[in-house]
Design a protein around this ligand. Sequence first.
Ligand code: WTA
Length: 631
Amino acid sequence: MQITSFEQYEQDYKKSVENPEQFWGEVAQNFQWRKPWFKVLSWNFQDPEIKWFEGAKLNITENCLDRHLATNGDKPAIIWEPNNPEEESVTLTYKMLHERVCRFANVLKRNGAKKGDRICIYMPMVPELAIAVLACARIGAVHSVIFGGFSAKSIADRINDSQCKLVITADGAHRGSKQIPLKDVIDDALIGCPTVEKCIVLTHVRTPVSMLKGRDVWWEDEVKHVNDICEAEEMDAEDMLFILYTSGSTGKPKGVVHTCGGYMVYAGYTFSNVFNYQPGEVYFCTADIGWITGHSYIVYGPLSQGATSVLFEGIPTYPSPSRFWDIVEKHQVNTLYTAPTAIRSLMSFGEEPLHGKNLSSIRVLGSVGEPINEEAWHWFDEKIGHGKAPIVDTWWQTETGGIMISPIASVTQTKPSFATLPLPGVQPILVDENGNEIEGNGVSGNLCIKFPWPGMLRTTYGDHERCKQTYFSTYENLYFTGDGCLRDEDGYYRITGRVDDVLNVSGHRIGTAEVENAINMHAGVVESAVVGYPHDVKGQGIFAFVIYPEMHGEAELSKKDILQTVTRVIGAIAKPDKILFVSGLPKTRSGKIMRRILRKIAEGETTNLGDTSTLLDPAVVEEIIEAAKQM
Ligand code: WTA
């Protein structure tokens, strides 16, 4: 199923559009099913209702583990690289990973988990995180992984939204020189989570934690009580595999739902093709499993293909900005898949951290999460790939389950800052504000997808209407991505960024409404408006305009208070980079905040603010501009 030439890509693409069912039916033959499907696809985008491989039975862990045992049992599945380079790295072969997943699956059962139950996972980037994820899938429980940077309140909201019965966590996490007290955060969260019956705690950083009698148990103790034999639960192709919460333009994150069959096929197919993975190669994706990239391209995609996947606990700059290069050298990494924000951050340290590092093992480079600027692209290409490793700039989303628009390594001619061409099975279309198709090349518009693909979301947990409204109602019969996009003269796609009120800060999706809600929770804040602005390293920074009439003490302290509130409500990842206190916000007569104006001010623009005639009180804009100049 690997594409090895551009001609083949063109043929496969053509076939995938002309006969999608046959195309995906053939791709799916490369996976292991307990029972075949009777229909490859049935769908409509109105409801929406999407079913892939209807009637088929499988368990994704049999594809990620069992099927490799006979031939590749002793091959490394996961290489874990700890935060602290002085600690030993850990290699788990497919045999070992299989054994541990089965054992932990039995622990889950022992603690009352069964098929269909939702299980929240809040863990550091350790092998046990992948084990926990796969153990859920083994028994048919639905995992909801929450990134370690989210606050207790965010966790509680997510746990309650999907009524999780179990939580899997650790005493803490290492992150560079910092320690994050995961169990403490979970304890705060669980005060407001009546559905949680059990909490399984892994010892990792060895910090004291409080263990609640009857609820909390230690991972290390539990695994002693069970054996490592666990038959995989037989799942329907359309049974839920996982929920992953993501931000949108409203204040409340939504639980994107992926199902077993289609997601597996899509993650595996795209992994194998985009990175042109070759047996025996070492593949390193630097994302966190708390985000979709980690789900699809650290765990499910690579393991379904029998690959060796590096799982890194730390951050790119600890203990020094050479860390990635040390890991590449140490584990002889062949593919490095990372985010533009990491590249820009490492770039800022100059070439010194690269001196003496042997990066000759690198064959393919990848980028994901946000548009990659040309400067970062060239640096990546020249300094890391030495001009020999193709860069796959992969565009996709939590909702798409896997990569959608991207070069295929060594097949597609790349172009800096372009995600290039759609993968087979992906039918992008650009539309104008009214939903009219923009045809031809050298055009730009809003990016939509007009035909289903196996990895697409099926619903948003507990609220199907919201799924419909968010993705399928803006334009009739189309999936709307929320991204703006350009198609150049060669028909190459370049994603230009979100066109809705979603920010992309260091590759993390954050809704402006969510940040505003958090700021507004601070006593004393009357109202706020949040916009993004270009940031050298983060891609986008968060700029908050805040009305805070009766400030006690100095402004600096009040800003810190607000940051503290945001950290409590969402997590440190959503902290504004800039806060400006204002006496009013630019609003239309109907009371709508004109973000367009605020965005321009945040970008440093003070004169060309466009039409302000519809403003209720134009004087407020002058005042904001003056205040911004003083920053
Ligand atoms: C953005 C991450 C430009 C985009 C996999 C999308 C990108 C959002 C790229 C999804 C790329 C992702 N070029 N923009 N290669 N990849 N994006 O759900 O705005 O965390 O809608 O999924 O990131 O973010 P999410």
